[in-house]
Write a new protein. Structure first.
Ligand SMILES: Nc1nc2c(ncn2[C@@H]2O[C@H](COP(=O)(O)OP(=O)(O)OP(=O)(O)O)[C@@H](O)[C@H]2O)c(=O)[nH]1
Ligand SMILES: [Mg+2]
Length: 358
């Protein structure tokens, strides 16, 4: 898959989500409004690169060196940068918004740290700045970047003063060492990887929006009990065997459809591969339980034991279907045909195939 189709597929996914929620969940608009921002961000022409690191690591000096002018304030006193600031930078033919941020571990600087993380909401790439080793604060910040699925490059500044670590790109903003190479690397990343990285990140964020919508919707009444009792009564009254299986098919489909309607997700859900295998086994169990050879045709409390066995199988089957269905339903629309989870799965698979074949 090339870069632009990825952005197009992601745009289509967001459009469909928005249309679906406008129709089905107008009362929860606060939950799905962020999808508009994600859609707008998708096609922004400028890439957003943000610098991140502890105080005094040389973040601002690094951006100045990349930009080629002393545009951000640099100082020996920790906490020189007090709030995020962005400048537009032309990295050859790519437009980039470069954002400088306050340090992560500033004394009494939790507000500044919050500002920094909120800027990262829209980052396409993070330049993670450190020196010669990673401190616990830096390890935590890196883990958080992984959790948020924000792509980042490890930059080792002050290479004129410290020996480089095994991992990372060593640069010195003072001597200029490694800066042209870093610029070239960024340009390459912007051309080749940025569209896919942006699509993946936005899909991940859309998926979180869907999850919060699913949580706001809460468990819905899917009236499993009414389908279950109707099926049991009909199985008792009518002849068994294949007829019971047909009955089970109709009632399962009707039940799943009703559940999808209750949760406002499309029917049938494409993520039901595992469920359909279980349902087929369940039908086989219903068929076998009507076979008198299993119970020798005996009676218990005046009721044919086949009927009791079959009732038990039907009841157990419904419990299992509910257990398997609920996690999908509660995550809202994201498993739908153009849902973010489905697309994420496809993209991750495509990436894995490309890496394997490369
Ligand atoms: N020798 C050397 N000094 C550097 C280098 N980069 C930055 N410095 C110095 O390190 C100090 C901190 O640099 P800044 O760029 O302000 O660091 P910062 O990470 O932006 O700091 P805060 O804004 O306070 O978080 C300054 O005195 C810089 O001159 C470098 O590559 N080599
Ligand atoms: Mg600074």
């Amino acid at each position: 898959m090339s870069s632009l189709p990825i952005l197009d597929a992601t745009a289509k996914c967001l459009e469909e989500l928005l249309v679906w929620h406008q129709v089905h969940h107008p009362q929860l608009s606060a939950q799905w409004q962020p999808l508009y921002e994600l859609r707008d961000r998708l096609h922004q022409s400028a890439w957003h690169i943000v610098v991140l690191g502890q105080v005094g690591r040389g973040k601002s000096a690094l951006l100045n060196a990349l930009y080629g002018e002393a545009i951000f304030p640099v100082g020996a006193i920790h906490g020189t940068t007090q709030w995020p600031r962005t400048v537009r930078w032309h990295c050859q033919d790519q437009i980039v918004d470069l954002t400088d941020t306050p340090g992560l571990d500033e004394v009494a600087g939790s507000d500044r740290e919050t500002m920094t993380w909120s800027v990262l909401e829209t980052a396409d790439l993070v330049l993670f700045v450190t020196q010669d080793s990673l401190t616990p604060v830096e390890c935590q910040a890196r883990d958080r970047l992984h959790t948020l699925r924000i792509p980042h490059k490890l930059i080792l500044t002050k290479a004129d003063l410290y020996p480089p670590m095994a991992e990372g790109i060593a640069v010195s903003s003072t001597t200029g060492q490694g800066i042209p190479e870093l610029r070239q690397l960024l340009q390459q990343w912007l051309q080749q990887e940025a569209p896919q990285a942006r699509a993946l990140r936005i899909l991940h964020q859309a998926s979180q929006v869907e999850q919060s919508l699913g949580a706001a919707l809460g468990p819905q009444d899917t009236s499993a009990w009414s389908w279950l009792s109707a099926q049991m009564v009909a199985s008792l009254l009518l002849p068994g065997g294949l007829f019971d299986v047909v009955l089970a098919m109709i009632s399962t489909l009707a039940y799943i459809r009703k559940a999808c309607q209750a949760y406002g997700v499309p029917f049938p859900l494409p993520a039901f591969g595992g469920l359909s295998q279980f349902v087929l086994l369940w039908y086989a169990a219903i068929y076998l339980s009507s076979w008198s050879g299993f119970t020798f045709g005996s009676e218990l409390w005046g009721v044919n034991t086949n009927v009791l066995l079959q009732g038990g199988v039907i009841f157990w089957g419904y419990q299992q279907i509910r257990r398997r269905l609920d996690p999908y339903l509660q995550q809202g629309y994201q498993w739908g045909h153009h849902g973010p989870q489905r697309l994420l799965q496809q993209l991750t698979q495509t990436r894995a195939n490309v890496t394997a074949s490369g």
